[in-house]
Design a protein. Structure first.
Length: 397
């Protein structure tokens, strides 16, 4: 398919993008190292929030890739390469997890043998919650995700030059395998990194809760990048408001889905009123955390629900850009709300730290740099995909 047919002309992103990424990543790296040296416990918790944000964007984008293949979606084909770029952080997760593994005793109550021996609940969970098995799970899960990322992107990029339709069929088969594996592994990752921060608490819906927020944030990142690139002529000139509407509709759908899952988790635990479950929510309604809980409801559901409800809102580029940034901030707040009340020093209530802003700055810089590296090497749209023409021709009428 020629450039004239796709309306796509490949060109490099401006140098200012690289400079911005370098500056942000450098700030996060330098101040983050200082934070680990002077406040290691607080730094560990703050870094965990940023790490889970990076993980959720990467694995959420990988899910969107598989979802397109397995459903045979056409409208999203022009954007799939951007999801591939966002998912490129997945193979690096094991590297960025090292500071957390080294800080396990600061993060996880169950990692202390003497504590487990004196606690019947922790002793019962020790076959799963122990340091050795935790590290094994981290390596295996991140390794599985990296393998799927490698084969998805290898086939997709190869198709740019070969135009071989069999590569699409290979990725469809891979997607069929990936989806159930993804469901299991993302649940395990959510339990390991987030729920086990308070090992006495449990929720059977927690994996779905994390999944809904991750895909929501990944869609927001994709929507923001699509609009920014398209407005500056880096994508196909044939993209139209129906493409934007589809992205906006998915954002709205996952806004509702997250709200449903979050309320279901809260309602079932609160209604049952079991001490071994409801203390987790009680901790988030005291000591200043009640304001974060109320803010989360507003930012993560009520405001985006109203802002994305109408048809014009879903096709308005300015509205979609603003709401994409809003959603990413809301997702970060959600992760912060999940992690930080478990910090031991916050037993007297919420305590602010400058480190809470350092690590997200570094993560944003990292994502910009990784995206720019990929954009320099590869096309921004999958020019060899057999569905691309139909994707560019997509209309709702």
């Amino acid at each position: 398919m020629s450039n004239n047919e796709t309306g796509y002309i490949r060109k490099e992103l401006p140098g200012s993008v690289v400079k911005l990424g370098i500056v942000l990543f450098s700030i996060g790296l330098i101040l983050g190292i200082i934070g680990f040296l002077i406040e290691p416990v607080r730094a560990s918790f703050s870094y965990l929030v940023a790490f889970m944000f990076l993980l959720s964007i990467g694995i959420g984008s990988l899910f969107l890739i598989a979802l397109e293949y397995i459903t045979g979606a056409e409208w999203s084909t022009p954007f799939r390469r951007l999801s591939e770029f966002l998912a490129s952080s997945v193979p690096w997760l094991i590297i960025f997890a090292i500071p957390l593994i080294l800080s396990m005793h600061s993060l996880f109550h169950w990692s202390h043998t003497e504590v487990v021996n004196e606690d019947a609940v922790l002793k019962g969970k020790s076959p799963y919650l122990n340091t050795s098995f935790f590290i094994i799970r981290v390596i295996v899960i991140f390794g599985i995700w990296s393998l799927f990322y490698y084969f998805f992107t290898k086939n997709s990029l190869k198709q740019d030059t070969t135009r071989d339709q069999k590569l699409t069929k290979k990725n469809i088969v891979l997607s069929g395998i990936f989806i159930p594996v993804f469901a299991i592994t993302i649940t395990m990752a959510a339990v390991d990194w987030l729920m086990s921060l308070e090992p006495h608490w449990f929720s059977t819906i927690f994996g779905v809760y994390f999944f809904s927020g991750s895909v929501w944030a990944s869609l927001a990142a994709l929507t923001l990048i699509v609009i920014l690139l398209n407005e500056r002529g880096y994508l196909s000139s044939r993209l139209n408001k129906d493409h934007y509407y589809s992205l906006g509709t998915l954002l709205f759908a996952f806004t509702c889905f997250w709200g449903y899952i979050a309320f279901s988790q809260y309602m079932l635990i609160w209604y049952a009123n079991l001490p071994e479950e409801n203390f987790w929510f009680l901790n988030r309604w005291t000591g200043g955390w009640e304001y974060f809980s109320i803010l989360l409801i507003l930012m993560h559901f009520i405001i985006p629900f109203g802002a994305l409800l109408s048809y014009p809102a879903k096709t308005n580029p300015k509205r979609l850009k603003f709401m994409s940034v809003w959603i990413l901030l809301s997702h970060y707040l959600d992760l912060y709300w999940l992690v930080m009340p478990n910090l031991s020093i916050s037993g007297h209530g919420y305590l602010f730290s400058w480190l809470d802003f350092v690590f997200p700055i570094g993560i944003v810089g990292l994502l910009i740099l990784v995206f720019n590296i990929k954009a320099k090497k590869y096309n921004l749209i999958p020019v060899g995909d057999p569905k691309l023409q139909r994707g560019l021709d997509f209309t709702l009428h």
